[in-house]
Design a protein. Structure first.
Length: 93
């Protein structure tokens, strides 16, 4: 059976605590990714009646492409922008 040294448990805990908070590390800022919009964010952006509308779009495959991160649904901002542009072009035609 492997036993961790006295300092290893503390380092792991400190790393976990650091990850839970929003990271403000200088090393993360230059290449930091934009936050991924949630269904609630799409409801606010497009002034939709409820989050269920976003889930129905996903079910019918008519809305922007989304992906799961664990049990949470996220959207790629570029895909959302492309979807909006395609909707605008479709309405104009």
């Amino acid at each position: 059976m492997r036993r961790d040294g006295p300092g290893l448990g503390f380092r792991r805990t400190a790393r976990r605590r650091h990850r839970r908070r929003r990271c403000q590390c200088p090393r993360r800022r230059p290449g930091h990714r934009r936050p991924r919009p949630t269904p609630d964010d799409l409801v606010e952006m497009f002034e939709l009646p409820s989050v269920e509308t976003v889930y129905q779009w996903r079910h019918k495959r008519t809305g922007p492409w989304g992906f799961r991160v664990g049990r949470h649904l996220r959207f790629n901002p570029d895909d959302v922008r492309a979807w909006v542009e395609s909707q605008i072009k479709g309405a104009a035609a």
